[in-house]
Design a protein around this ligand. Sequence first.
Ligand SMILES: [Fe+2]
Ligand SMILES: [Fe+2]
Length: 195
Amino acid sequence: MKSALTIIRDEHRTISAVLHALKDLARAAQEPGARPAFAALRAMVRYIDEFPEKLHHPKEDDLLARLVARAPEHRTLIEKLKAEHVEGARLVRELERALLFFEESWPAGAREFLAAVTEYAEFHWTHMRKEERDLLPLAERHLQPEDWEAIDNAFAGNTDPLESIKERDFDSLLGRIANLAPAPVGLGNPWKKAN
Ligand SMILES: [Fe+2]
Ligand SMILES: [Fe+2]
């Protein structure tokens, strides 16, 4: 069974990979002439909206709640990270709006979309770095064996049968992204230049 900390770090790698792929595609979409792979862009935005929201942040919020009980002197950092989960959800809404406008008005909207992607990606990378640098070492230091037992069980999905179904859904969405996104980001065909 993977430990909670390994799961959080693995999920950061996955979120980060999707953010890199999204940024690469948003950059490529600045080129005039080729219609961007909107299905891939939509799948990526859906992933970074739903995965952190439904699966990743609830796990971290559980850890944050236990940590504040064990180490209240770190409340400021903990509250900041919780607030960033809320702010991240707001930035994703901006990203969705920018993508909708881009798809409906293409070729207009490319620059705004790239700006929204860049803002969200920078925000989330900074957030994840803070968690890995500041939060996870604190959790390792302060949480007790009974905390880890409860967290590891919850993370492994042992206490919530719905959890494993959600994990599978996201795995298949990741597969879809890989198939839809053009090379070199994914396995799909390179975008064709419009005649
Ligand atoms: Fe987080
Ligand atoms: Fe995180």
